[in-house]
Design a protein around this ligand. Structure first.
Ligand code: COA
Length: 125
């Protein structure tokens, strides 16, 4: 394989997307053990403070599934994938035990659907 030019942008090495129905997450969220098993305390605090709480939870669920697709890592625990939001609202995603990669994420949601796209970029490229 040819060496990458020093000035070229980092090569993405994974892409994942996921689309989630908000009504499905609303149904599942009626069971507190689902919330506890899937979402981190930070994700619950952010999502449950808003009026659109189920949209936000569905979006975070979509991110977790998109990360699994991007990393091709079915065995990953959903709770090991965490979405945080910066002061401006921009989402960031981190995965426990995957320190050598960085993930880019984008989220969109409506009252019916939540969508996430995730790109994996190797660190130090
Ligand atoms: C940030 C913005 C682009 C979000 O778009 P939106 O259509 O309102 O909402 P979406 O459902 O598509 O996206 C919401 C998600 O965007 C993400 N987001 C918020 N701020 C962001 C930012 N600064 N950078 C990247 N992503 C951001 C968040 O993940 C949010 O979901 P979350 O709160 O559950 O994490 C939008 O609010 C905005 O500021 N638009 C600028 C133009 C404008 O002001 N238009 C309105 C006047 S006509």
């Amino acid at each position: 394989m040819a060496a990458r030019n020093r000035t070229s942008p980092p090569a993405a090495f994974g892409l994942g997307v996921d689309l989630v129905e908000v009504s499905r997450i609303r149904r599942l969220a009626a069971n507190p053990s689902f919330l506890k098993r899937v979402f981190t305390p930070g994700e619950l605090a952010y999502s449950l403070k808003g009026k659109n709480r189920y949209e936000r939870l569905a979006a975070r669920f979509a991110v977790k599934e998109a990360v699994i697709k991007a990393l091709d890592a079915r065995g990953l625990s959903l709770k090991d994938i965490e979405v945080e939001n910066t002061f401006s609202g921009r989402p960031l995603v981190k995965v426990k035990k995957h320190r050598s990669i960085s993930l880019m994420v984008s989220i969109s949601h409506t009252s019916r659907h939540a969508l996430a796209a995730v790109v994996v970029v190797p660190k130090n490229t």
